[in-house]
Design a protein around this ligand. Structure first.
Ligand SMILES: Nc1ncnc2c1ncn2[C@@H]1O[C@H](COP(=O)(O)OP(=O)(O)OP(=O)(O)O)[C@@H](O)[C@H]1O
Ligand SMILES: [Mg+2]
Length: 108
């Protein structure tokens, strides 16, 4: 269960892996509602891997992440679309729908 005072994202002692490679280890941070944060780092440092983990595209193998009321280590496959409905993601390669305007794409 989540409460309105909970942070939107809470990451504790999480490690991110791509195959057998450890991309990031022992990550700890919280994001509160309304907070603005930036992830910076050189190419290949693991920014996209972290975001993929947050939207449950890359399974969390070590540590704890709670995001938008979901607990990632135990999230069920059928809950993943519900989590993603609570997140807004604009990809590097955009992945926009051609049959909609830019603002319709952003709204979606
Ligand atoms: N699908 C994948 N399979 C295996 N390894 C991957 C995969 N995606 C990324 N990696 C590796 O994981 C590491 C982190 O890559 P990631 O894409 O998360 O970095 P990034 O910080 O987003 O880089 P960029 O600034 O170029 O977008 C790199 O060593 C990369 O080669
Ligand atoms: Mg990236």
């Amino acid at each position: 269960m989540s409460f309105s005072t909970d942070p939107v994202v809470r990451v504790s002692q999480a490690s991110i892996f791509q195959d057998s490679q450890t991309v990031l280890s022992d990550i700890n941070f919280e994001l509160e509602k309304g907070e603005l944060a930036f992830i910076v780092g050189r190419t290949g440092s693991g920014k996209s891997s972290l975001l993929k983990t947050l939207y449950a595209d890359l399974p969390l193998r070590l540590g704890e992440i709670a995001i938008a009321g979901y607990h990632l280590p135990t999230i069920k496959t059928r809950e993943i679309p519900l989590l993603r409905r609570k997140l807004g993601i604009i990809f590097q390669d955009f992945q926009l729908f051609d049959d909609r305007t830019v603002s319709e794409n952003l709204f979606l």
